[in-house]
Design a protein around this ligand. Structure first.
Ligand code: NAP
Length: 299
């Protein structure tokens, strides 16, 4: 049996999962699926996916099982819980977790699966719902190189940049590095724009002048204009961003490493959640600074 023809399973058809499964089906893979809210399986079933009763059934029908659910306890539930993947997976099955969760919990789960002859890769992604829908995700993979080769045809259907970053758990660690850099770039962008506003210069001109220079970043170029236009629609929600910062701070705590900037941004996002803004985009970080300064950027 070639790697390409190994039957696939996919658990978690949220914003990310449904786009990823759409691309697997589009590339011709057979895919069994399960989602906690069963109605979310209907559209994909119409596109050829096989809906299952629980994660164990997905594992029984598959040789490679992907998961993309919200947080660490959710991945643990679908893999290790009642009717979880571990109950249905035959020896030699490969489990690939594409959620963003704790690196340590990932290593623990890999050990539990390994004791049953089941392999695991961690393969968190960046690129958002758009990347999931278009199949252009960046995928950061931790685990055995041979297992990565096995999953590669499926990864290629879902992503554009696939990087093997080290042993199991490393994918999650690198994803948290990504999140630290993203939020600190957003803090820098928001603070700079706030300063421009306070000084009375044209914030659009200020943005135009600095975006291509040493201050440039993806967040400044893409979210800066949204802040100025006061468009808070999410590419990535505050609530999920906050979950990822919590994971980064927990991992840093385990290592005894201070993360001063990340800690500050975590608390600023907390003020937004308290104000009921958890479903807004992560660039709403600007609103937390505006509240402290008593002024608004752009408009
Ligand atoms: P989402 O739209 O909220 O979907 C979450 C999925 O997880 C749903 O299918 C949900 O099932 C399922 N789920 C949650 N808890 C569960 C549990 N205890 N048992 C079974 N299923 C459970 O989230 P998403 O945006 O697809 O994100 C999924 C993962 O990808 C997260 O770890 C997120 O951090 C990561 N990610 C997201 C983005 C993004 O831009 N959205 C980008 C990169 C990475 P129901 O349908 O029943 O609720």
């Amino acid at each position: 049996m070639t790697a390409q023809s190994e039957p696939l399973g996919f658990i978690g058809l949220g914003i990310m999962g449904r786009g990823m499964v759409g691309n697997l089906l589009g590339a011709g893979f057979p895919v069994s699926v399960w989602n906690r809210t069963a109605e979310r399986m209907t559209t994909l079933a119409g596109a050829g996916a096989v809906p299952c009763a629980n994660p164990a059934e997905v594992a029984t029908r598959s040789r490679i099982v992907f998961t993309c659910v919200s947080d660490t306890p959710d991945v643990e539930a679908v893999i290790l819980g009642d009717h979880g993947v571990i109950e249905g997976a035959a020896e030699g099955t490969l489990v690939v977790d594409m959620s963003t969760i704790s690196p340590r919990a990932t290593r623990d789960m890999a050990e539990r699966l390994g004791a049953r002859g089941v392999q695991m890769l961690d393969a968190p992604v960046s690129g958002g719902s758009e990347g999931a829908a278009k199949g252009t995700l960046s995928i950061m993979v931790g685990g055995d190189a041979g297992q990565l080769e096995r999953a590669m045809p499926a990864f290629r259907a879902m992503g554009k940049t696939i990087t093997h970053v080290g042993p199991i758990g490393s994918g999650q660690t690198v994803k948290l590095v990504n999140q630290i850099v993203v939020v600190l770039n957003m803090l820098a962008a928001a603070e700079g724009l706030l300063f421009a506003q306070a000084a009375g210069v044209d914030v659009r001109k200020a943005l135009e002048a600095i975006t291509g220079g040493a201050a440039g970043s993806w967040m400044l170029a893409n979210r800066g204009p949204q802040v100025i236009a006061r468009d808070w629609r999410p590419g990535f929600m505050v609530d999920l961003q906050q979950k990822d910062l919590r994971l980064a701070l927990e991992a840093a705590d385990e290592m005894g490493v201070p993360l001063l900037g990340t800690g500050t941004v975590f608390q600023l996002y907390r003020t937004l959640q308290r104000a009921g803004l958890g479903k807004e985009g992560n660039h709403a970080l600007a609103k937390a600074l505006e509240k402290l300064a008593g002024l608004e950027i752009g408009g």
